[in-house]
Design a protein around this ligand. Structure first.
Ligand code: COA
Ligand code: ZN
Length: 305
């Protein structure tokens, strides 16, 4: 059965909106536990302004102290040139550069026009040669919470420019959960036609309950790489009403049940997922960590025996 690759983003996308600071030691212990679960990639942190995202102000220390397992790519989100310099210094395997596909969201999130972001990203791609792989995340690719529809042609236009610039991968992001499965299938077909030779990842949020349906639509259209967040934590600080990412363990459990090869040790993963409420101090949306795997049966109630 087809191999599916997961990128765990809980310690970046998952944590960035959490109100209570997660201790640096807890972040490191969590990433080390995730490394042992079989992920292809882990988005460890972001090199953003500590004023903008105080939760990730310990990015350098986290990158320095995690145990890097061979075979796992350790990637970091980078919003600008200053962030790229910090990421090179931290010896990240990959820089995940980000820009939005809508002007309003890009300005709110990155305080740059799309043209300025494109210029900065192009320069970082040049500088990254020989230092780190580059992935570009195209945010709000399925719709902008301020502007509404984002034409697929805009997304494909930027995708083509980044293919030409020589990136290793592209992530098509549904930053605020506006995508629906039919739209995902159309996008999956179009980006694979345009950039099938790259690592193509899809990044969904479950804001309107369509997260897993979108993963399924993408898989059935040939996409093999996904971002997910433990427990379904996550959100974008500049997207009103944003909520969690698609829950990693729920998505992996679903694909595993369907016979896809995810590379993940599901029992280990669920053991880590069950620690999430203690780590963040509240309940989390993920379902399978609460209900158990479908293979985990319950004793027949005595009255019916
Ligand atoms: N790392 C650390 N500090 C940074 C930085 C970076 N990548 N980029 C800017 N800064 C600092 C500057 O040094 C400056 O510090 P000072 O006030 O002490 O002098 C301050 O931030 C403002 O710098 P400026 O260049 O004016 O940046 P800005 O205020 O326009 O912020 C961003 C731009 C993108 C860095 C900031 O908005 C940000 O980090 N946003 C977070 C984006 C994000 O992660 N969104 C969610 C994920 S998509
Ligand atoms: Zn996201």
């Amino acid at each position: 059965m087809k191999r599916i690759y997961f990128n765990e983003v809980v310690t970046r996308d998952g944590f960035q909106m959490e109100p209570e600071f997660v201790a640096t030691d807890d972040k490191i212990a969590l990433i080390d536990a995730l490394s042992a679960c079989g992920y292809a990639k882990i988005e460890v942190t972001s090199f953003t302004s500590p004023k903008a995202i105080p939760m990730l102000r310990d990015a350098e220390e986290v990158m320095a102290r995690i145990k890097r397992l061979p075979g796992v790519d350790y990637t970091v989100l980078v919003p600008n040139l200053r962030g790229a310099e910090r990421a090179f210094e931290a010896k990240a395997d990959e820089l995940n550069l980000v820009m939005s596909m809508s002007e309003t969201h890009n300005r709110a999130n990155l305080r740059m026009s799309m043209a300025q972001s494109f210029a900065a990203i192009s320069e970082i791609i040049q500088r990254a040669q020989g230092l780190a792989a580059v992935n570009v995340s195209l945010s709000t690719a399925f719709g902008c919470p301020m502007e509404g529809d984002v034409p697929q042609a805009v997304v494909l236009g930027y995708a083509q420019r980044f293919v030409d610039a020589g990136v290793r991968g592209l992530t098509i992001c549904d930053t605020t959960g506006m995508a629906h499965p039919a739209q995902v299938s159309r996008m999956a077909d179009a980006v694979q036609t345009l950039a099938g030779q790259l690592q193509l990842t899809m990044h969904f949020h479950n804001t309107r309950g369509m997260g897993l349906a979108n993963v399924l639509a993408a898989v059935q259209s040939g996409i093999t790489r996904f971002d997910g967040s433990m427990g379904g934590l996550g959100g974008c600080p500049y997207a009103p009403g944003a909520s969690g990412n698609v829950c990693s363990e729920d998505a992996i459990h679903m694909l595993d049940a369907m016979g896809y090869e995810t590379g993940i040790d599901l029992d280990k993963l669920l053991a880590v997922a069950r620690q999430m409420p203690d780590i963040v101090g509240h309940t989390v949306p993920g379902q399978v960590a609460k209900a158990g795997r479908i293979s985990q049966l319950h004793p027949t109630p005595v009255a019916q025996a």
